[in-house]
Design a protein around this ligand. Structure first.
Ligand code: T4K
Length: 409
């Protein structure tokens, strides 16, 4: 494929897209089914507190994943905090820094210190040797993150957790619908946590869930998400409000019905990116070479060789932004470099070389069912053209840097 001759917006051409293309544009399918459920919910006056839609959603997810329990929550962040409480964790948890900030905040929020561990270059998930080396007397649990739907080194981490007699949890926020060794994600470790945020492959507007086979953990989580209520006027201990309302569960049931179609459509989009980005020097698509199932929700490119491509990842993000393509630098700069962690340990980055490397190179592109063939073709052409015209782009961006990418977004 050759680059088009269209002028890039950073070089004075018109933006390719009249409206912004987002990474996390929520997919809204099954509108009629959702509205039917919502009408019935309104008629029933059961709006929250373990209503029929919530119960059905939990049963369906547990059955789909093949676990005994699914406990739906108001978000994955709340689910992680409550899971730590339910498991009576204190002290430290080992987490990757290459993740969304919520993975660490969920523990820090309840007084458990996240200890950041590096990732491996291949999968961008917890480096198993580094994880084992980070275990100390205060380690209460290991928390792996299936980054961008790529499963952690699950069996190796399980062996480490067993050797050191600590629980193993997974932040599976990105991995609903994925499998590992033919087994659904959600069924590994002592428990896994999903995010059902609007930007996810399967969403409930806001929401999340813990899946587990541990009866005690599940019972405790159900108490904790509902103020600790064991029955009317009977409170077992300090819980909070972590409930998922019925309207969210109704969206979940609807999205579950279309999940296979959503994933298939995301796979098609991913394949188009694979074709469109092939052969661009210095740029690599983070692909999933596996016979396992993926949800294809995140399309992440790596500016793997800046010299060959001609531009840094941040410059590519600026080029795309000028065309109204709002690519995201997930997960820049790494959680260790965000507050309060940065102040606590300003040198942490020196122990996390792969995290720093990945955070400087990765760029998530708009993906999923909302992104058309034309969108993908145009985005790939922009990336290709940016590489071909790198010297001019660098010069243009050098003079317009203050107008471009807001580092906070
Ligand atoms: N663990 C991991 C590994 C995670 O990635 C996350 C969340 C969590 C834990 C915590 O899960 P939750 O507690 O949220 O359940 C987004 C999401 O807000 C966040 O859920 C997600 N990970 C993260 C990777 O991405 P932002 O702040 O970067 O994106 P946001 O909300 O600005 O949305 C992205 C784009 O999508 C926007 O530019 C506009 C578009 N959008 C978004 C929403 C919500 C829409 O068009 N409509 C919408 O309703 O965090």
């Amino acid at each position: 494929m050759t680059a088009s001759t269209r002028a890039l917006a950073v070089l004075g051409g018109p933006a390719r897209f009249p409206e912004s293309l987002h990474v996390g544009r929520p997919h809204v399918g099954g509108r009629d089914a959702f509205l039917r459920r919502t009408q019935a919910m309104l008629d029933s006056r059961v709006l929250t507190n373990n209503g029929p839609y919530l119960v059905e959603l939990e049963e369906r997810i547990a059955a789909r994943i093949g676990v005994k329990h699914c406990i739906a929550m108001s978000s994955a962040t709340t689910a992680l905090s409550l899971l730590a409480r339910a498991a009576k964790l204190t002290g430290e948890v080992i987490v990757p820094s290459f993740t969304f900030v919520a993975t660490a905040h969920a523990f820090d929020w309840i007084g458990i210190t996240p200890v950041f561990c590096d990732i491996d270059a291949e999968t961008w998930t917890l480096d198993v040797s580094a994880c084992e080396a980070a275990i100390g007397p205060s380690t209460a649990a290991i928390v792996g993150v299936h980054a961008f739907g790529h499963p952690c080194h699950i069996s190796a981490l399980s062996a480490v957790a067993a050797r050191h007699d600590v629980p193993l949890f997974f932040d599976a926020a990105h991995a609903f619908g994925c499998t590992h060794d033919r087994r659904p994600i959600g069924s590994f470790g002592d428990a896994e946590v999903f995010s059902f945020h609007a930007t996810k492959v399967f969403h409930t507007f806001e929401g999340g869930a813990v899946t587990t086979n541990h009866d005690d953990l599940a019972a405790e989580l159900r108490l904790l998400r509902n103020f600790g209520f064991r029955g009317f006027d009977d409170v077992a201990g300090p819980g909070i409000n972590g409930k998922m309302p019925e309207v969210c569960a109704a969206m979940g049931l609807t999205n579950l019905e279309i999940l296979e179609a959503t994933i298939e459509s995301s796979r098609v989009t991913f394949d188009r990116y694979r074709d469109g980005l092939a052969g661009i020097p210095g740029v690599r698509l983070r692909d999933h070479q596996t016979s396992d199932r993926r949800n294809w929700h995140y399309v992440v490119v790596e500016v793997a060789d800046e010299d060959t491509f001609g531009l840094h990842r941040d410059d590519l993000a600026r080029v795309l932004e000028a065309e109204n393509v709002l690519a995201r630098r997930y997960f820049f700069p790494g959680v260790h470099a965000m507050e309060p962690y940065r102040t606590r340990d300003p040198q942490a980055g020196t122990r996390l070389p792969q995290t720093v490397r990945a955070a400087a190179r990765s760029l998530a592109l708009p993906a999923g069912p909302e992104i058309s063939r034309d969108h993908v073709e145009q985005i790939c052409d922009i990336v290709r053209t940016a590489g071909v015209q790198a010297p001019a782009v660098r010069q243009a961006l050098g003079s317009a840097r203050d107008l471009s990418l807001d580092s906070a977004r």
